[in-house]
Write a protein that binds this ligand. Sequence first.
Ligand SMILES: [Fe+2]
Length: 241
Amino acid sequence: MPEFDDYGFIRDRPVPPQRWAEALKGAPPGRRIIQNTIPPGVLVVQNYFAPAWCDALTRECDAARSIRHTVGELGDDDGFAEAETEHRTSEAITVQQLSIDIVAAVRSFWTSVVGPHYGANIEWFEEPEILKYGIGGEYKVHADSEVWDQPAKKWKRVLDRDVSILAYINSDFEGGELVFPNFGFGLKPARGMVVAFPSDGRYLHWAKPVTAGTRYAIVSWAAVEGGRRAHQAPPFNAIRM
Ligand SMILES: [Fe+2]
């Protein structure tokens, strides 16, 4: 136990970060849910996933087969064209080949964190996949559910996604910051961190190029009950709640 002063504060406070572990021996890892210092609507949960879970998953991903994402064209409105395949230089790892249950982990985040935070009931979420970015890999500025309609000068919904999540399982890379250019806000992904934000055009984002190492991100998108719909049916990879 740390020593306390006459008023119950830890003596010699503030304890510097390098002495936290010593002063708080036996306590679980801290978790911070940031809500006030970042743009409204963006939710950053640090250390949501345990380090050991992240490390095991990273090892599986290192050994897994991945498929190169190609630059895509926006398809017709009936197909579930990716709004976000433009300018993407990453590879994808499907969850089926992993022994760790990513779907269960992501489902739990949707229901226990995202739903309550946004005051919404999740209707479905898209089967998560893991994006792998090697050196030079990036994902240029895009929105997850909308495309910019240049003649009409407005964002057009093409995918039924209301909320996006990005979960990070490793920290051992350089570059790869997540940036929201509309808000001049960016963050460095870290092991265990999950970021959620609305999927529309206001929340344009950019995964900057990785300059060293490999960056992994679990991605998924959800539709909330009562949300606007561009399509008559959920996408093929929807997992209903
Ligand atoms: Fe995205």
